[in-house]
Design a protein around this ligand. Sequence first.
Ligand SMILES: NC(=O)c1ccc[n+]([C@@H]2O[C@H](COP(=O)([O-])OP(=O)(O)OC[C@H]3O[C@@H](n4cnc5c(N)ncnc54)[C@H](O)[C@@H]3O)[C@@H](O)[C@H]2O)c1
Length: 260
Amino acid sequence: MRGIEGRVALVTGAGRGIGAAIARRLASEGASVLVNDVDAEAAAEVAAELGDRGASTGGSVARPEDAGAMVALVQERFGPLDILVNNAGVTRDGMLHRMTDEAWDTVLDVILRGAFNLCRAAAPMLRRDAPHHRKVVNITSINGIYGTVANANYSSAKAGLIGLTKTLAREWGPRQVNVNAVAPGFIEGTRLTAVRDEETGLGIPPEVLDGIVAQIPVGRAGTCDDVAGLTAFLASSDSDYLTGQVVELHGGLEIVRVVA
Ligand SMILES: NC(=O)c1ccc[n+]([C@@H]2O[C@H](COP(=O)([O-])OP(=O)(O)OC[C@H]3O[C@@H](n4cnc5c(N)ncnc54)[C@H](O)[C@@H]3O)[C@@H](O)[C@H]2O)c1
């Protein structure tokens, strides 16, 4: 892809799952990548795979001071930031009438406040004068567009991230900063979509997984690499005229829902 080689990227929540796949893909396209995760060990392992193109940092996106430290570290290690991917996310599912303040605050703090913290901290670098566009990619979810039962905190946070995306696209467009969102559907091989573990009882029952996949027109769940590919496109100069968009990535699942 054009315009990733030599760029500097920061990917949050990249110690595993989708974020790790995005970090690997951007590095394979020639970017230097600061891999963040609140699980500092996981972030360090992913960064080690990237060799000279990787560095890692712990820290929580939910804390403004950690966000500031991440942005300072990028500058120190690789130079001014070109690509920011707000990927960190958590879930605390439950029906709204039983949802605790803690469950609401935790999810909103990581997903929505986290993206706000990073965008604000990175603003001076992203908005700088440069010969190329700078890029922000926010990983939202189809839940933020369509809603899901037992998911008010997560769906609200992801919907808020869409508002942030569109507003920043307008504010920063004149500075040649593109701000877009990816809204994945069901992505397999992540903690959020893990198959139920018989011992702990955590995860999604296999029959529920089969039911979801059966409805997807392309006949399979999405992969972390599917999300990484679209994110790389949105981080590249091939998408310089695209901003303020929410790209749904669900193998056609929503088409089925609408006509069913
Ligand atoms: N898996 C899916 O089907 C799916 C679908 C739609 C959207 N998403 C979104 O994709 C993103 C990645 O999710 P995933 O499926 O890879 O989940 P995951 O749980 O495997 O990865 C999320 C990562 O974020 C990290 N993290 C959590 N809180 C953090 C914080 N405060 N600061 C920094 N890092 C933090 C976690 O330690 C973890 O490594 C999330 O935003 C998620 O909401 C996932």
